[in-house]
Design a protein around this ligand. Structure first.
Ligand code: IMP
Length: 201
């Protein structure tokens, strides 16, 4: 049984305002005072883990220890099957210092072409870790499977969305209305699990 969250305050272990806002919206029904690490003057720790799960845990733990409040961290990325799961935990890094995802998608396409493989399967992963100041951690993970298209399609979403076509759909995440993507995304699935396990009365 997962430990229930019955506090009034939660710190999101991210300096990314978009991520903090999105998490705030997802947890709005639970009337929790949600803040970001930036508001507590705590630096986000370096992602030195070897997995999404480990990175989410180390971020949530560090922030819970530093603030004395429960903390929620998310770590996500795109795993390409023919590339042995890369870019994976390095998804943000493949876009370089300018966060250029047109470049990151091109690198993925070139790596696939270099392999000369016909397998274009990939999945997005979102790992969530909810850590308490006493060291307890709960983990949740969501995944969505699909294939990679080339050239990229659509201008919605972010990151690798324009080249990701979820299984059973005709539109890439870059072409879909955001609400449609949020219904089926890796992040939505991880959050649904978190909410059922820790937040629902
Ligand atoms: P994080 O902030 O370290 O978790 O980095 C996540 C990276 O994975 C982002 O910069 C994106 O490149 C990629 N990513 C994660 N989720 C998505 C998504 O829903 N669509 C497209 N790219 C994503």
């Amino acid at each position: 049984m997962a430990r229930r969250f019955d506090g009034k305050r939660l710190v999101i272990a991210s300096h990314n305002p978009g991520k903090v806002r999105e998490i705030g919206e997802l947890l709005a029904p639970f009337r929790i005072d949600i803040t970001s690490v930036s508001q507590h003057g705590v630096p986000e720790p370096e992602e030195t883990g070897a997995t999404f799960r480990a990175n989410a845990e180390l971020k949530a733990r560090a922030v819970a220890e530093a603030t004395g409040l429960p903390s929620l961290a998310d770590d996500s990325g795109l795993a390409v099957h023919a590339l042995g799961g890369e870019p994976g935990i390095h998804s943000a890094r493949w876009a370089g210092p300018k966060k250029d995802f047109a470049l990151a998608m091109k690198k993925v396409e070139e790596a696939l072409a270099a392999k000369g493989m016909s397998d274009r399967g990939a999945h997005f992963v979102c790992a969530l870790a909810l850590a308490w100041p006493d060291g307890h951690v709960e983990h949740f993970e969501g995944r969505v499977d699909g294939i990679l298209v080339w050239p990229p399609r659509g201008t919605q979403g972010f990151g690798y969305d324009p080249m990701f076509l979820p299984d059973g759909h005709a539109l890439t995440f870059g072409e879909m209305e955001p609400a449609r993507k949020h219904d089926m995304s890796h992040r939505a699935r991880a959050f649904a699990d978190l909410v059922v396990s820790c937040f629902r009365p």
